[in-house]
Design a protein around this ligand. Structure first.
Ligand code: HMG
Ligand code: MG
Length: 301
């Protein structure tokens, strides 16, 4: 096991907000990012350079990346589905990592980025080669690793195929997206066992759980047992993909993840109370409760 240290990738400002229909003011998003940084998060996915027609909530991506606070040791990551998004992202000068995002399911790929898996690989290769040339880190997401809202089951071999293609492009890390939150520890075991054949230490793997069925923390523990040390999560458990047909609920909450890891003495560098505070202004603006059980418990005590 790798119980000494875990890296958290905070995706709240992107995955957490992208599915909200109420337009969130740019200054509020910037305050969220700053508070997450002061909570000790060192990898923050700040926005997405996607089409404003497809995801209006992310249409202020340029303003966000031009105004984010530059802090030593803090890395900003953004989604870039194509070269257009990539160029726009790097023009801001504050992006450390660009992420391409594909899927293990054809139907989801079409719905989310309007192309086939094969076409997506060609598009992403162009983005990743530009990034490598420019010295920008590239990350790859695979959505629907445990199930697809349109086609149902997704086979482990379909996930492995996309993983191999992304590695061949040169991404430094692959994030396994359980887009609709249907993973169980058993499914995590099957998928990671298959990936271990290509990546024995799983050190290029991050897991991205959504907590739809409440299995997030159980899945994290299983993945850690198998060697995974990087997890995506979202403050207040906000999040979901607008192209997942209503099937995606919030991401695994950063508060829940930090409480779990704190309790096991695993180092994260993240201050739990400050994450709760970071999420609070956004949930209040949206008029919703935190979707983190830990967050709610802390606010009520
Ligand atoms: P398309 O319509 O096929 O693309 O969309 P196109 O190339 O024909 O362009 C159409 C229009 O979009 C054009 O504008 C382009 O200029 C513009 P028009 O001429 O009509 O005015 N455009 C762009 N604008 C800004 N930035 C860009 C860009 N590219 C084209 N980068 C496209 C294809 C990929 C652009 C579109 O489908 C899209 O933006 N999709 C993004 C959907 C999305 O953001 N989904 C949520 C994120 S993924 C997720 O949540 C899952 C994850 O969390 C992991 C998990 O949980 O599984 C990562
Ligand atoms: Mg997601």
């Amino acid at each position: 096991t790798n119980y000494s240290k875990v890296q958290i990738i905070e995706v709240g400002p992107r995955d957490g907000l992208q599915n909200e229909s109420l337009p969130i003011p740019t200054p509020l998003k910037l305050r969220l990012i700053s508070s997450l940084a002061s909570a000790g998060l060192t990898r923050i996915e700040a926005t997405a350079f996607v089409s404003p027609k497809w995801v209006p909530q992310m249409s202020d991506h340029l303003q966000i990346m031009k105004q984010v606070p530059k802090i030593q040791g803090l890395k900003y990551e953004v989604l870039t589905p194509n070269v257009k998004g990539y160029e726009s992202a790097v023009s801001t000068g504050s992006v450390s990592t660009v992420s391409v995002f594909g899927a293990a399911s054809e139907a989801f790929c079409k719905s989310n980025i309007n192309c086939t898996i094969d076409e997506s690989i060609t598009r992403f290769s162009a983005v990743v080669s530009r990034a490598l040339h420019d010295g920008v880190t590239a990350r790859g997401y695979i959505s629907c690793v445990a199930g697809c809202p349109f086609q149902g089951t997704v086979s482990v071999s379909d996930v492995v195929k996309v993983y191999e293609a992304m590695k061949e492009m040169g991404v430094s890390e692959v994030s396994l997206g359980d887009t609709i939150g249907v993973s169980t520890p058993g499914q995590v075991t099957s998928l990671l066992s298959a990936l271990k054949l290509s990546s024995p230490n799983l050190d290029d793997i991050a897991y991205h759980f959504h907590d739809t069925y409440g299995m997030g923390c159980a899945n994290v523990l299983r993945a850690m047992d198998m060697g995974v040390t990087k997890f995506d999560s979202s403050a207040a458990g906000l999040g979901g993909c607008p192209y997942a047909g209503g099937g995606a609920s919030g991401n695994l909450a950063t508060e829940d993840l930090v409480y779990l890891l704190d309790g096991m003495g695993v180092e994260t560098g993240v201050d739990l109370e400050r994450v709760v505070e970071a999420g609070r202004e956004v949930t209040e603006f949206l008029g919703v409760e935190s979707r983190s059980k830990v967050g709610l418990a802390i606010m009520r005590r």
